[in-house]
Write a protein that binds this ligand. Structure first.
Ligand SMILES: C[S@@+](CC[C@H](N)C(=O)[O-])C[C@H]1O[C@@H](n2cnc3c(N)ncnc32)[C@H](O)[C@@H]1O
Length: 440
């Protein structure tokens, strides 16, 4: 059974490692550790200075403060300035949602619940809340939140991290036993790491990703079961197979800072049945495109035009390249399709594509390509990574970079053609030229 998180840290008292509450109360030490943790600073030297400056402080607490400072610095790009105030663990940070995604998803949940007539600030269960990043985002979006976390150290860290945010309660226990009877909705972000690895608790180091959703924790089949009794949104790996998702759910692939980070599943009634959605988050703006129709293949181009357009990874994963081509055409950008790439006479300057200016057609075939590139320096291969990785192309072609030769980018398309191309500046115009809706 789940139990309330104890008010006091039991960690130090039990002679174990330093607990989150001990860390949170050592603010002066943490501030000093942060000031010393400049880029490239030697961790041992940081600890030595702290030991000298805080001679009365337990050495284990000093060491943990230095670790926290490093984790906070590492977390800043994902979590923004709030990382400076959080208690983190290596395992928790690796699994934590990026703030931009957590905030977007929380806002979406609010919008979708309101659209279905749910009360203004309902209670949402965060099942497997980790360090509490999503719990914080849900609370900021206007929800009351009950975070449930099985790992005691992580649960205490979540309680510390959410202490300043009203309406959040963290419960230490198994999500499978959690009381959901008073909740209006649930969010679940299952752990997708090998439970046998040290990172399953609070260890350090890399752990293997678990591919089979039935082995995630909580297990995916349980998440699906809960979705039948409670409106549910869940975070899953981008590669989640279609058969693992009920037909009436909506899958949303989310990309942030050019990286495809997750497949978010909106179970019925929160999602539009069968819709595949691609969402690109750029600087606080969400561009989104969705369809339940099979991807169209109309508009094939015989050859590349002046620009090759690489659709966002979220668009390709959601199998929406045809829908994107239609939308671009509808907004005055005639484009043709070559495999999962598009081509056109100009850069449509949208969040949906990266544009490459075509410089020269290259011959087909590995040997001819190697000869054509003789004298060039290092080559960056742009491929459809799902079919052949850039490393594999590099090996296949066997290009030897000439010393002093100019570096170049070669785009290899599905039809076997290859193009010397130059990257156009990435522009996501906010002047109405973009495709899809915008969210604040
Ligand atoms: C991917 S992390 C959640 C990260 C969180 N969304 C965030 O952004 O900070 C999954 C968490 O679920 C916890 N967990 C795994 N199985 C659980 C279970 N059965 N009950 C409660 N928590 C569980 C793990 O300890 C881990 O902290």
């Amino acid at each position: 059974m789940a139990t309330e998180t104890p008010g006091e840290s039991a960690w130090a008292a039990a002679g174990g490692r330093i607990g989150p509450r001990d860390l949170a109360s050592a603010r002066v030490l943490l501030d000093r550790a942060a000031a010393l943790t400049t880029p490239g600073a030697d961790p041992l030297a940081v600890v030595a200075v702290l030991r000298r400056e805080f001679p009365e402080t337990e050495p284990a607490l000093v060491g943990e403060a230095a670790t926290q400072a490093r984790l906070r610095a590492r977390a800043a790009p994902r979590l923004g300035p709030r990382a400076e105030h959080l208690v983190l663990s290596d395992a928790g940070l690796q699994q934590a949602s990026r703030w931009a995604v957590a905030a977007y998803r929380a806002g979406e949940l609010h919008r979708r619940l309101q659209a279905s007539g749910t009360a203004a600030s309902p209670l949402v269960a965060d099942l497997g809340c980790g360090l509490g990043i999503d719990a914080l985002a849900l609370a900021e979006a206007g929800f009351r939140v009950r975070g449930v976390e099985r790992d005691p150290w992580t649960a205490e860290a979540a309680a510390v991290n959410c202490a300043g945010q009203s309406g959040v309660a963290i419960v230490e226990g198994d999500a499978i036993d959690a009381n959901l009877s008073d909740c209006a909705a649930a969010f679940c972000d299952p752990a997708r790491r090998d439970p046998g690895s040290p990172l399953a608790t609070h260890g350090r180091g890399r752990s293997a990703r678990v591919i089979d959703p039935a082995r995630w924790s909580p297990p995916w089949p349980w998440v699906v079961q809960v979705s039948r009794v409670l409106p549910m949104v869940a975070k899953a790996a981008p590669g989640l197979r279609e058969s693992a998702v009920p037909r009436d759910a909506e899958r949303e692939w989310i990309e942030v800072d050019g990286e495809l980070v997750e497949c978010c599943v909106w179970f019925a009634p929160l999602g539009d049945p069968g819709v595949r959605r691609a969402t690109v988050l750029i600087g606080g703006t969400a561009f989104t495109l969705g369809s339940a129709e099979p991807d169209g293949v109309a508009g094939a181009a015989a050859t590349a035009d002046a620009y090759l357009l690489e659709p966002a990874a979220a668009v390709r994963r959601a199998m929406l390249v045809g829908a994107l081509a239609d939308s671009l055409r509808a907004s005055g950008n005639p484009v043709g399709r070559i495999g999962d790439w598009l081509t056109g006479s100009r850069d449509p300057e949208t969040a949906w594509v990266r544009a490459w200016q075509v410089e020269e057609a290259l011959p087909r075939g590995s040997r001819a390509l190697r000869d054509a590139l003789c004298g060039f320096g290092p080559i960056t291969w742009k491929t459809d990574a799902i079919r052949e990785s850039a490393e594999a192309v590099d090996r296949r072609v066997g290009h030897r970079p000439a010393s002093g030769g100019r570096s170049a980018t070669v785009v290899m398309l599905d039809d076997g053609s290859a193009w010397l191309a130059r990257r156009a500046p990435h522009v996501a115009r906010r002047d109405g030229n973009e495709v899809g809706e915008r969210f604040p």
